[in-house]
Design a protein around this ligand. Structure first.
Ligand SMILES: [Zn+2]
Length: 347
């Protein structure tokens, strides 16, 4: 089969021929029909999740969906032909967090699909059966690839912060796949959404794919905090701020503009970036600063249903074949992408 291979952490991807993998007893083999080519994968390629030399060469790619093509001997709940999408985290299934349905907090964490196991930048991928979640009828494979992370992560954020119609939600980095689906989802839950990004072309894209409940805000320049106040009712500021970017200056502006009782959510996995407000600022505004870590399996399944039901539209900006994947990653590194590019290995 054809596969995109990372020879070593931080190196260029190459397109190679590999043997079709056989599933282990507890795995299924999936004929890959759609896989997101995303900034999260780029971070993994650069060694941002794990840079153990024993893990490379590696086929990256984790935001994928496809058709079950073979099942391991011990798999009883999946059959050839089932439509599945992948859960990103390799979890133990036995710890307290896994048992209570919070696999994203697994305490015997096994790593990430596409980092600690072979991923889906290929025609076929093996996956633990426990990571293969159902794709609802009516949802395309590319939509299911969006659900796997691009919408599941926003759903986890919205449920953690209980986003509803009293909220003004500021999304920092709104043009990326997480930002654009979060903007749509928060609006669908009744919130007023301020979608912030630093480039006019990216903001125009957000404007084109979201409804009237989403207002775009230019986050460039020095007066972002004032722009936020003027964009909120009575100048009260946003009640929920979600930082998808990790730019500390922008986060400081958003913190300064935060409404009383507001919540700030960080998704940044960059190392060596810190944000430390004075303790009294938490008290004066009764503010909360939260980290958000992917999503539970149930939330991935619910994200897929939200897309199947049309409550949120999957924003797929481009579909490419395997040969184009290295150049898409070059564009991601150059900041030249918005929305989500999806790989279809049959192209
Ligand atoms: Zn666990």
């Amino acid at each position: 089969m054809k596969a995109v291979v990372l020879p070593d952490w931080g190196e260029e991807l190459s397109v190679e021929q590999r043997a079709v993998p056989d599933p282990a007893p507890d795995e299924v083999r999936v004929e890959v029909r759609a896989c997101g080519v995303t900034r999260t994968v780029e971070n993994a390629i650069q060694g941002g999740l794990d840079d153990d030399p024993a893990l490379v060469p590696r086929v990256p790619g984790h935001e994928f969906a496809g058709r079950v093509d073979a099942v391991g001997d011990a798999v009883t709940d999946l059959s050839v032909g089932d439509r599945v999408l992948a859960y990103f985290y390799l979890t133990c299934g036995q710890c307290d967090a896994c048992r209570r349905g919070e696999a994203n907090q697994c305490t015997d964490f096994g790593g990430w699909v596409g980092v600690n196991s072979e991923g889906a930048y290929a025609e076929y991928a093996t996956l633990p059966a426990a990571n293969a979640l159902p794709v609802p009828d009516g949802l395309s494979y590319s939509g299911a690839a969006v659900a796997a992370d691009g919408l599941a992560t926003p759903l986890h954020i919205c449920e953690r912060t209980a986003v509803g119609d009293d909220d003004t939600v500021l999304v920092v980095g709104a043009a990326g796949r997480i930002g654009i689906h979060l903007s749509q989802l928060a609006a669908a839950r009744g919130a007023h959404v301020l979608a912030a990004d630093v480039r006019p072309d990216r903001l125009a894209h957000v404007d084109a794919v979201t409804g009237p409940a989403v207002e775009t805000v230019d986050a460039s320049g020095t007066d972002f905090a004032e722009r936020l106040e003027s964009a909120t009712t009575h100048g009260d500021g946003p009640t929920v701020v979600v930082d998808t970017v990790g730019d500390v200056g922008t986060l400081r502006d958003a913190w300064d503009a935060l409404a009383m009782g507001g919540q700030v959510v960080s998704l940044t996995t960059h190392h060596e970036r810190s944000f430390a407000p004075e303790l009294n600022e938490f008290v004066v505004k009764e503010a909360s600063l939260l980290g958000s870590r992917y999503a539970t399996k149930q939330q991935v399944v619910r994200a897929a249903r939200l897309l199947a039901d049309g409550r949120v539209d999957p924003v797929v900006t481009d579909e490419v074949g395997l040969d184009a994947v290295p150049s898409v990653h070059a564009a991601i590194r150059d900041g030249e992408t918005h929305g989500m590019t999806v790989l279809d290995p049959s192209r």
